[in-house]
Design a binder for this molecule. Sequence first.
Ligand code: FES
Length: 238
Amino acid sequence: MGFERVASVAELPDGGRLSIEVDETPALLIRLGEFFYAIEDLCTHDGQPLTDGPLVGQEIKCPRHGARFDLATGKAMCMPATRGVRTFAVEIRHDEIFVSDEPATAPAKATVTEPVTSERLAPVAASEETAAQTAMAEAAAQDEYLTALREVIDPELMVNIVDLGLIYGVTALDGGQVEVEMTLTSPACPAGPQIVHQARMALERLESVETATIKLTMSPPWTPDRMTDEARDHLGIF
Ligand code: FES
């Protein structure tokens, strides 16, 4: 398909988003200031729509397990996602927004006058700034947890458990409690108890963590495509 009109610039306030379809693919059109981005609306980790995900700077965070994707490039910025989402080219023509199914090479820019709200749009919260700060703090905490978990090495593959794709999510609860959902490369993995113990210890060494609870799951089962490119390189898998 070529470029198709999806909305007018005035319909999309700063920080607003609009659910659209691009060539039968669910997509999100997002505006940050004068820039407009269109990305696939499906997390590559486990298929969660990104529709309600908070924006963290120029990234959108999956509301399910916290993977973040760059709005301009679609790149997966943190675990548990290892693959990026599609981006779509956006053009602004005479204050109208057009989207194509071609990948974006740069965000579209518009000279914006007064934004006009529309009933079609998700409401922009009055406390948007606070929400953005909270989201950034959460993202920093996630980075801290994953950095700690990278210290845990699978003794059979000699790759850390984050890059192996064993971590499905880390949730911070009240009172310094952290809950990790993770898997093993196979249910009979002999190193399983050791890995789980080390993951718990790695998190509990952090000042911000009082207690870490590890929940093992085999659903969905681990597959090699959950590994990062670094892990594949290390194991010689191309
Ligand atoms: S479904 Fe998005 S991070 Fe798991």
